[in-house]
Design a protein around this ligand. Sequence first.
Ligand code: AHR
Length: 493
Amino acid sequence: AIAQNKIIAHTDQAKTVIDKDIYGHFAEHLGRCIYGGFYVGEESAIENVKGFRLDVINALKEMQIPLLRWPGGCFADTYNWKDGIGPKSDRPSIVNVHWGGVTEDNSFGTHEFMDFCELIGAEAYVNLNVGSGSVREAKEWVEYMTSSNKSPMTELRKKNGREEPWKVKYWGIGNENWGCGGHMTPEYYADLYRNYATYCHGADFKIAGGANVDDYNWTEVLMKKLSRHQFLVDGLSLHYYTIPGGWSHKQSATKFGEPMYYETLQKALRMEELVNRHSTIMDKYDPAKKIALIVDEWGQWYDVEPGTNPGFLYQQNTLRDAISAGVHLNIFNNHADRVRMANIAQMVNVLQAVILTKDEQMLLTPTYYVFKMYSVHHDATLVPVNLESEMYEVDGKKIPALNASASVKDGEMNLTVCNLNPNKDIEFEYTVTGDTYSNASGQIITGSKINSMNDFGKPESVTLKGFEVNKPKHGKMKVKIPAKSVVLISLSK
Ligand code: AHR
């Protein structure tokens, strides 16, 4: 079997930098992501800094979170940013129409978001309101946040306690404008985008709301209408959720058998096809790859946990999600020439979260450990890999059992490899061409079952552990990785 499974990493072909922003996260005003998730308010009995949970801050710093997107999602196209500034007692309460119809008291707004980014050491990605807002409101928000000049907006910012402008790395102009962001046609949205982009002075990196899954026409129209005005657009987004069972038959996050496990991973692998096909269209209009493909919503979407608000999208997270995250991140790394930013949905307590909270308790999900393990790839140089893998078969259907990506940084060569087969340990021959490495070490995320998870009040069952590997000889080594695992192999000189 050894001849069947091969990974050849070409350090001599390393050239593209993997932007660390591929490891970005997303926090929407949705369920318990912000309120109760990482923001509890200064009066809370839970230990906090400026109202932000200390345990969550520490966990995110430890994971090296590079970037956070806010305030939505669908919420962004309903958001009036002026509701979320000034004294909290004066801020209006509104109805969160998309997410459970609950009261949004606006106690978390622009200043709180930027304070939080500063505390966790993340860059900010702010999504403007196109669906129900106006060009003027968007223009004023950008000015409020980024201008150092004197204007009514900057005076207002100063009055609210912030003297210096902030640095906002990315700006999204609308979200899912084919759906919750206004049900627009691509032609109409592209024209509207041009209007917004023209007036958002100070928004250095502007992202157009891109396609839903395989809506290639959306990408085609946007590229045709926007790419010739390159000063107007720096990125085009793409949203793809992995939904075993499909939208109308979503499945349990924790109770599933092997067929559903297989379907999940097979659907996760579809990200490769989507990135390839959207990139091919982008290449036609932008062969120099100046415009980035931004996968600003991705992840697993299951049924909510029984007994929880269906509008809050709260789901548990298992080893299956860790493997799926490993696959997604390998795909993004391997396409780093076009994919320069991504955001998993969503950071805390919503969809494929890295952190779950329950009152004063907090846990780190299997997906958290993948982000922590893969932080070796942040701003490292992608090393192209050739992968020959045996197949993993279920009920006559099959997908490759192995999935990998590699990068080099500061003299260290890192390979992340997932074994999708839950029934079989897999041995492969690992060859590194170019540079010579003599030391090896490893890390692993695995569990006893495909649905192993971490739960409140119990010891962790899926975590990051050391993994023994032999040293390479003459640029080659044999590695055997356990069934259903995500493994990091680090080589040094
Ligand atoms: O992440 C949850 C929702 O999924 C977002 O608000 C929306 O953009 C997408 O449909």
